[in-house]
Design a protein around this ligand. Structure first.
Ligand code: G6P
Length: 606
C-alpha cells in the first residue's frame, strides 16, 4: 500500500525513481511524486498515475539523490497537494511516508498554533514540519528524524532528505516495510523489492523500530535507541523479468496462465512417493510436536482468508483435526483466546498485510505457536512466525490474487497430508493425494485451454449488474473466492452463499435479472447441488454451472466442464474457471484489470 523508492549514487536519480515507482504502482495509484536534491530540493507531484508524473518531470531534473512515492489515499483525497513527497515550509526537508500517523490531528493543531502553514490534508506533512524543527537542533539528520518520530503514534515506512545534507537519505520503519538495496557505489531503498530487482538483488530488510542512513558508499542501521545494528544482506531470487507482463495484455492474465508452473514450484521437492508424505522442513516441527496439536486456526485477509477456508476443509478431511479460518482483521481485535493446543496458521502472499501481521504479533504475545504460509521470502510475517511454508509462486503483481491463492491451497494440501500421515491418514489415501497433486498442473493447462469459451460466457453474463455464487462444503470457499474476484476487478456486485442456505433468504433475490454461478463438483453432494439448480431455474434464474459433467439440460443454461481430481483437491481446479470468468468480465467492461479502483495489493495500514 503506497510505494516508496529512494536512490543515492552517481547516476541521475529521477529515471531510477520513476522506473521503481512504476514497479510499485500496484501498491497504490492515485497520485505520485518525486524529489531530487541538487542545490536545493526539486519537487514534482501529480494526481494520477506514475505515467502522468513522468510527463510532468522536466528533462532537466538533475540530481543524484532523490525519493519518490506512489499513493493510495488514506488522509485526504487524491490531489496534487496531497501527493507525496511533502516538504517543510522552508523546503529544506522532504518526506515520503507509508502508513498512518494516528495522532496527526493533534500534532497538526499544535504546529498550526505555533504558526506552521499546512498545504495538504495529509498526516505525512506533519512529519515534514516536525523534522524541519528538530533538524536545526541536532547534529545529524538521523537524530532529527529519530527525535521527530518520538512524537508520532502510528505506523510508518519513511524516506527523508535534507537539502543541507545532499549526500544522505534517512529511512525508517515501524509497521510499514522498508527494504534497502545494495549497489556498487550506490544505494537504494524501497517499500518492496519489486522496485529494486532491476538494479540489485542484494537486499536488507529493516525491522520495526529500525532506522537507516544511506549514502553512495553504503548504509548504517540503528535500533530505536540509537545503537548501531548489524545486518546480513539477503539475495533475492526474483529478477526483473518476473515483473514483466511477458507478452500478456495484463498481469492478471499472465498470473492466471502461470498457474501450472507456480503450482509445480510450490510442490517441488515436497512430495515423497515412497511414504506418501510431504516434506515441509520449514515448519521446524518434529512428529511428536505435530501430533500434539488438537486444533488448527487459520488467519488471513481477503483472498488469503478464502484460501484458508479451503485449507481448513483439507486439514479436517485429511488429518481429522478440527480446523477453521477467520479474517485476521477480525481475529486481532476480538481478544482471542489463545490455546496452547492450537496451531495457528497465518497466510499472506505479500507477508506484509498489516492486519495479518498484527494478528501474528498478538498471538505471539500470548504464547501461541504460529506458522506462516507466505509468498514473499524474508517479508515481515515470514520473519515473525515460528516456521512455515514458502509458496515459491513468484511475484504476484496484479492486485487481485490468483496464483498465490492456488499455491496457498496447495500448501494447505501439503500441510494436511503431512498432519494426516502423522495421524490416521492411510498410506493408500496418502498416495491418492500425492498422485492427485502431481496431476494438477496438467489439468490446469486443460482448463486454461477453455479461455476463449469462458471469455464468451463472461461477455454474456457481464451485462448483469449483480451475480450470485453458490457452492456447498468444499465448493463454498470456491464460490466466495469466485465472487470476490468478480466484484474486485469487474465491479459487478457478487455475493456468495452456501447452496444449502439459499432457501433461508437469498432465494428471494433469484429471478431472470440475477444469474447464479454454481459450483457443482462430482462429489457426494452432487444430487443436493443439482436440486438447488432446479430451485433456481424454477424461479427463472439463469445458471452458469462449473463442474465435472453436463447435467440435465434443464438444470443449467451454460456449463464449464473441468477435469476431475480427488474430491479433496477439486476446489483448487474449480477456482481457475472463475478467475478467467472475472478476468474476461472485467475486460469486457473495460475495467482497469490490474489496478482496480480503490484497492491496493499490499494493505499495510489497518
Ligand atoms: C489485499 C489484496 C487482496 C489480498 C489481500 C491479502 O486486499 O487486494 O488480493 O488477498 O490484500 O493480501 P496478502 O498479501 O496478505 O495475501
Amino acid at each position: 500500500m503506497c510505494g516508496i523508492v529512494a536512490y543515492v549514487g552517481s547516476k541521475d536519480a529521477a529515471p531510477i525513481l520513476l522506473e521503481g515507482l512504476q514497479r510499485l504502482e500496484y501498491r497504490g495509484y492515485d497520485s505520485a511524486g518525486v524529489v531530487v536534491s541538487n542545490k536545493g530540493l526539486k519537487l514534482r507531484k501529480v494526481k494520477g498515475r506514475v505515467a502522468d508524473l513522468a510527463k510532468a518531470v522536466p528533462a532537466r531534473f538533475k540530481g543524484t539523490l532523490g525519493i519518490g512515492h506512489t499513493r493510495w489515499a488514506t488522509h485526504g483525497v487524491p490531489s496534487d497537494e496531497n501527493a507525496h513527497p511533502h516538504l517543510s515550509s522552508d523546503e529544506r526537508i522532504a518526506v515520503v511516508h507509508n502508513g498512518i500517523i494516528e495522532n496527526a490531528d493533534e500534532l497538526r493543531a499544535r504546529l498550526v498554533a505555533e504558526g506552521v502553514v499546512f498545504v495538504s490534508e495529509t498526516d505525512t506533512e506533519v512529519l515534514a514540519h516536525l523534522i524541519a524543527r528538530t533538524v536545526t537542533e541536532t547534529d545529524t539528520l538521523e537524530e532529527a528524524v529519530r527525535k521527530a518520530l518520538k512524537s508520532i503514534v502510528g505506523t510508518y515506512g519513511i524516506a527523508v532528505v535534507d537539502s543541507e545534507r545532499p549526500k544522505e537519505i534517512v529511512v525508517a520503519r515501524n509497521g510499514s516495510p522498508i527494504v534497502l538495496g545494495l549497489g556498487e557505489k550506490e544505494m537504494f531503498a524501497a517499500s518492496d523489492v519489486a522496485a529494486l530487482v532491476r538494479y540489485t538483488r542484494q537486499v536488507v530488510h529493516l525491522e520495526d523500530g529500525e532506522l537507516a542512513v544511506l549514502t553512495a558508499d553504503g548504509f548504517h542501521t540503528f535500533a530505536s535507541g540509537g545503537r548501531e545494528t548489524a545486518k546480513e544482506p539477503l539475495t533475492v531470487d526474483w529478477d526483473a523479468g518476473h515483473y514483466d507482463t511477458g507478452g500478456y495484455e495484463h498481469y492478471l492474465l499472465k498470473e492466471i496462465s502461470e498457474q501450472p508452473e507456480s503450482i509445480a514450484r510450490t510442490l517441488r521437492g515436497r512430495l515423497d512417493e515412497r511414504f506418501h508424505i510431504a516434506h515441509l522442513g520449514g515448519l521446524n516441527m518434529d512428529a511428536r510436536e505435530t501430533r500434539s496439536f488438537r486444533r488448527v486456526k487459520i488467519i488471513g485477509c481477503g483472498s488469503a482468508y478464502y484460501s484458508g477456508q479451503i485449507g481448513a476443509q483439507l486439514i479436517e478431511e485429511l488429518a481429522r483435526i478440527p480446523a477453521d479460518a477467520e479474517p485476521a482483521s477480525e481475529f486481532r481485535y476480538r481478544n482471542p483466546v489463545v490455546d496452547p493446543d492450537t496451531l495457528y496458521v497465518a497466510i499472506s502472499q505479500s507477508g506484509e498485510t498489516y492486519d495479518t501481521l498484527a494478528a501474528v504479533q498478538e498471538l505471539k504475545r500470548k504464547g501461541g505457536r504460529v506458522i506462516g504460509i507466505v509468498n514473499a521470502v524474508g517479508s515481515a510475517i515470514a520473519r515473525e512466525v515460528d516456521g512455515g511454508i514458502y509458496l515459491h509462486a513468484g511475484p504476484e503483481v496484479s492486485v487481485a490474487s490468483t496464483k498465490a491463492f492456488t499455491s496457498t491451497a496447495i500448501a494447505f494440501a501439503l500441510l494436511a497430508l503431512h498432519f494426516g500421515r502423522v495421524h490416521d491418514l492411510s498410506p493408500a489415501d496418502g498416495r491418492r493425494i500425492v498422485e492427485g497433486l502431481r496431476e494438477l498442473p496438467t489439468q490446469i493447462e486443460k482448463i486454461l485451454e477453455q479461455g476463449d469459451r469462458i471469455a464468451e460466457l463472461a461477455k454474456k453474463y457481464a451485462v448483469h449488474p449483480s451475480m450470485m455464487f453458490v457452492g456447498r462444503v468444499r465448493g463454498y470457499p470456491v464460490a466466495r473466492e469466485g465472487a470476490q474476484k468478480l466484484k474486485e476487478i469487474s465491479y459487478i456486485h457478487a455475493e456468495a452463499y452456501p447452496a444449502s442456505e439459499l432457501k433461508h433468504g437469498p432465494l428471494a433475490l433469484i429471478g431472470p435479472e440475477l444469474p447464479t454461478v454454481a459450483i457443482v463438483p462430482d462429489d457426494e453432494l452432487l444430487d443436493k447441488n443439482l436440486t438447488t439448480l432446479g430451485e433456481i431455474r424454477a424461479r427463472g434464474g439463469q445458471v452458469l454451472m462449473v463442474g465435472h459433467r453436463e447435467p440435465d439440460a434443464k438444470l443449467a443454461d451454460d456449463v464449464i466442464v473441468i477435469p476431475k481430481n480427488e474430491i479433496e483437491l477439486d476446489p483448487i481446479l474449480l477456482t481457475i474457471p472463475l478467475q478467467l470468468l472475472a478476468y474476461h468480465a472485467a475486460v469486457a467492461l473495460e475495467r482497469d484489470v490490474d489496478k482496480p479502483r480503490n484497492l491496493a495489493k499490499s494493505v499495510t495500514v489497518e
